[in-house]
Design a binder for this molecule. Structure first.
Ligand code: IFM
Length: 396
């Protein structure tokens, strides 16, 4: 008999997308100006077809985001039709017996909000709260899980330190303001959703990771690892932990701290790995285990809300998924309360500043004809989703 790893009964299996990356036709957001996504996967119109494919692949949960710039295209003016659209999507998931996880903010902001200074504005959490108060009661009875913010750390690092995402700033002061405002925003949104529905399951999606050192014996690196673990993984979560019914973990790659005494700036991130994805990211499945073990401190149910690989040739994807699932299983078997796994992404999509070049999808997209084709790795993942277990001696 082949050895199998069984997952807990009721474990959720699925995949994730976000509005800007798949919907198409979003023209009123801050990202639309600098990085137009055009029709993307035309998910806004073709969602039923994609949900059918997810169902066929044995998935029982789907994560997507609602687009603030569609629902509130002008300040204080809400578009009922846009919310109705998301209602129809949620109904379509229910009809297929697929649970929903709805992200309220996945990086894109309405232009009017960006023009007011975006997340640096001291009223930003109030603007967001107004949007939440409008959208949530309309949709709540069809939503299984709410996720307030997706990876707030990426907006902070890429938008306010590195300047590579909108609003393209390099400002410590801006960073500090946005940091505080995002915490306020999550905490307020959590309370608002619970004021409508005490039983709602509301979480935050965070990309914590495993921090390791490049040299085993370096004391400097060991100290830096400790400091970075706190800054990268805990500081934000500590501030929102009391307003969360679950944690969403997005895990992709570890951080490798390296001390270079003869090279400025002396301390930084290295990537010496031979195994990398098409993004150049190190493949280190064991990292999901350590990250999960560390998140246990929060004593909250955890969902892997993203884990995935850009792999245009589909040569590494099946192994990537299975290796991560094996380490996730180990964490579960050691008492970490992981309740679901959502692969990023259901579809090849718009990978932000990289455009359409990076292929994360279980489903391959032809962005010209919009033909969607299930990749071989998706079928391997489907076997796991359908059976709730991994058969170990299969070669992937
Ligand atoms: O595509 C992104 C997603 O929007 C947020 N998490 C990481 C993914 C891959 O880069």
């Amino acid at each position: 008999m082949p050895k199998t790893l069984k997952f807990p009964p009721g474990f959720l299996w699925g995949s994730a997308v976000s509005s800007y990356q798949v919907e198409g036709g979003i023209e009123n957001s801050d990202w639309s100006r600098d990085y137009p996504a055009g029709k993307a996967c035309d998910y806004y119109n073709r969602y039923e077809k994609y949900f059918d494919l997810a169902k066929e692949l044995g998935q029982n949960i789907h994560r997507f985001s609602i687009e603030w710039s569609r629902i509130e295209p002008e300040e204080g003016k809400f578009d009922k039709a846009a919310v109705e659209h998301y209602k129809k999507m949620l109904l379509a998931l229910r009809q297929r017996n697929i649970k929903s996880m709805v992200t309220i903010w996945h990086w894109t902001n309405p232009l009017w909000f960006a023009r007011k200074g975006g997340w640096e504005n001291s009223k930003s959490s109030e603007y967001f709260a107004r949007f939440v108060k409008f959208a949530v009661p309309e949709l709540d009875n069809l939503v299984d899980f709410w996720a307030t913010l997706n990876e707030p750390g990426v907006l902070l690092s890429h938008g306010y330190l590195a300047g590579i995402h909108p609003p393209h700033k390099k400002s410590i002061l801006g960073f500090a303001k946005v940091y505080g405002n995002l915490i306020k925003t999550h905490n307020a949104a959590y309370k608002i959703i619970h004021s409508f529905n005490q039983k709602a399951k509301v979480g935050i999606i965070y990309n914590a990771t495993f921090v390791k050192s490049a040299h085993k014996d370096s004391i400097v690196e060991k100290i830096c690892v400790k400091i970075w673990e706190y800054l990268r993984n805990r500081m934000f979560l500590n501030a929102v932990r009391n307003n969360a019914d679950y944690l969403g973990l997005n895990y992709y790659f570890p951080d490798n701290i390296e001390f270079t005494p003869f090279k400025f700036p002396f301390i930084g991130m290295s990537n010496r790995s031979k195994e990398i994805t098409d993004m150049g990211w190190e493949i280190f499945p064991e990292g999901i285990y350590h990250t999960l073990k560390d998140l246990k401190r929060y004593n909250l149910p955890i969902y892997i809300t993203e884990n995935g690989i850009a792999d245009a040739k589909d040569a590494k994807r099946a192994k990537f998924i299975i290796d991560h699932l094996r380490w996730m299983h180990k964490a579960i078997s050691e008492g970490v309360d992981v309740r679901g796994y959502l692969y990023w992404s259901l579809l090849d999509n718009f990978e932000w500043t990289y455009g359409f070049s990076k292929r994360f999808g279980l489903i391959e997209m032809d962005f010209g004809s919009l033909e969607a084709r299930i990749r071989p790795s998706a079928l391997k993942y489907a076997e796991i989703c359908k059976s709730n277990r991994i058969i170990l001696d299969i070669r992937y």
